[in-house]
Design a binder for this molecule. Structure first.
Ligand code: APR
Ligand code: PHB
Length: 391
């Protein structure tokens, strides 16, 4: 097979890149390790920054999001079981966010690629990248017991944190920044009426979050020890613990019901620099991970591939490499902004088991400061809504 851009990974980053390139007449093939049903079942975070909402609309993928998504002018933080403050993105930035699940976005992207005749090879085993520092890189994989080969001009590594692309970059070239957190998030999805707002709760029992997917689909999370398993959290125990972490009026408003999905995820910050090696460009979770606090992961995947698509389009249209040459540093500026933001929100809102009372008091003071200071709130709102793309 031959294509212009071989894209490794059919998650949001890979599919959006394929769609963006298609809109400018550039051919790509997406090679995905898992069967499509598996990719479409994954449940992930679901808050879109203003920039991601605009991107989806600009590329003709805003229809279902605008019909089914839940627009937000901000999100609440509650603490000490009573205080409440709005991160007022509408007031401080004039921008709106949207709660719209990554699962639905992935469905929309697959539908668009299918409609436009995009080539997506799923269930591809033993994916390997070759000759990345030459002008003729290629990709091999096994499908239905035969070995296939894709010749291409460029390779986009969009294969997530556990993918193969980042590992093709020699360790002498890469610098990895890594931070893990001493707790996880236990998340559930339930067919119940959600609270009207996204609410982050800092509580002495631990962090909790109320979010939504649609009119009758709620998403809730609570901080839990890393060694817990979902079996230790039957629904009744989950609801009781969740409600204990919210102020009484909100707890009373939480509608409970059977969970339809329940999982525990660890929290991690990770950045791998640079995001280029020869003709390979990494994007999304393949290059960086954020803890879910603030829901920046998908938004970063979108900004990465937007920058990468600009670089590739410039190369094919104007025969210039200038935008490809600055891809890594440009994408990383936004990545680090979101890394710092997610780390900050994680620190601000969670109970850290090893913190001493001094650490806890400074956290409470920070919450009080954000609530009292217009300047602090403006800075938080600007980052929460998402820093703009550099044009
Ligand atoms: N070969 C081909 N595909 C692979 C390989 C491989 N060796 N390894 C992994 N993949 C696929 C995965 O099966 C997955 O479908 O790459 C895809 C990567 O998708 P995501 O993990 O969703 O990553 P990305 O597209 O960068 O999207 C980032 O996803 O992890 C969330 O919260 C994160 O919202 C963020 C978003
Ligand atoms: C979610 O809805 O899954 C969600 C919302 C806000 C976050 C993280 C996750 O900060």
């Amino acid at each position: 097979m031959r294509t212009q851009v071989a894209i490794i990974g059919g998650g949001p980053a890979g599919l959006m890149l394929s769609h963006l390139l298609h809109l400018d007449g550039i051919d790509s093939i997406v090679v995905e390790k898992h069967p499509r049903e598996h990719v479409l079942q994954r449940i992930r975070a679901g808050v879109l920054e203003a920039g991601s909402v605009q991107l989806l609309r600009d590329v003709g993928l805003g229809g279902r999001m605008d019909a089914e998504g839940h627009p937000h002018d901000g999100a609440y933080i509650v603490w000490k079981g009573e205080q409440k403050v709005l991160i007022d993105t509408a007031k401080y930035t004039g921008k709106q966010m949207m709660a719209y699940g990554q699962t639905a976005i992935t469905e929309d992207l697959y539908a668009a690629r299918d409609r436009d005749g995009g080539r997506i090879i799923d269930d591809a085993q033993s994916v390997a990248l070759h000759d990345l520092t030459t002008d003729e890189p290629f990709v091999t994989f096994e499908k239905d017991r035969s070995v296939e080969r894709i010749e291409c001009d460029f390779v986009a590594g969009c294969d997530g944190f556990h993918g193969v692309s980042r590992r093709c970059i020699p360790s002498s070239t890469l610098v990895n920044y890594d931070k893990s957190y001493p707790f996880g998030w236990l998340g559930i999805l339930s067919e119940t009426r959600p609270l009207p707002d996204i609410v982050y709760a800092n509580h002495e029992r631990g962090f909790a979050l109320a979010s939504q997917r649609s009119e009758r689909m709620s998403r809730y999370y609570i901080q839990c020890p890393l060694d817990n398993s979902v079996e230790e959290w039957p629904d009744d125990r989950f609801w009781e613990e969740l409600k204990a972490r919210f102020p009484a009026d909100m707890a009373d408003a939480i509608e409970t019901g059977p969970s339809i999905e329940k999982s525990i995820a660890p929290l991690r910050s990770f950045v791998s620099e640079p995001m280029r090696y020869g003709r390979l460009f990494t994007a999304g979770d393949a290059a960086h991970i954020v803890p879910p606090t603030g829901a920046k992961g998908l938004n970063l995947a979108f900004s990465d591939v937007w920058y990468l698509s600009r670089g590739l389009i410039r190369r094919y249209k104007d025969n210039k490499d200038d935008l490809l040459d600055i891809y890594s540093e440009t994408a990383l500026r936004r990545v680090w902004g979101a890394e710092r933001m997610s780390w900050y929100l994680t620190r601000l809102l969670h109970l850290f088991p090893d913190d001493n009372p001094f650490d806890q008091r400074t956290r409470e003071d920070e919450l009080d400061y954000v609530a009292r200071s217009e300047n602090a709130m403006a800075a938080l709102a600007e980052q929460y809504v998402g820093l703009p793309y550099e044009m």
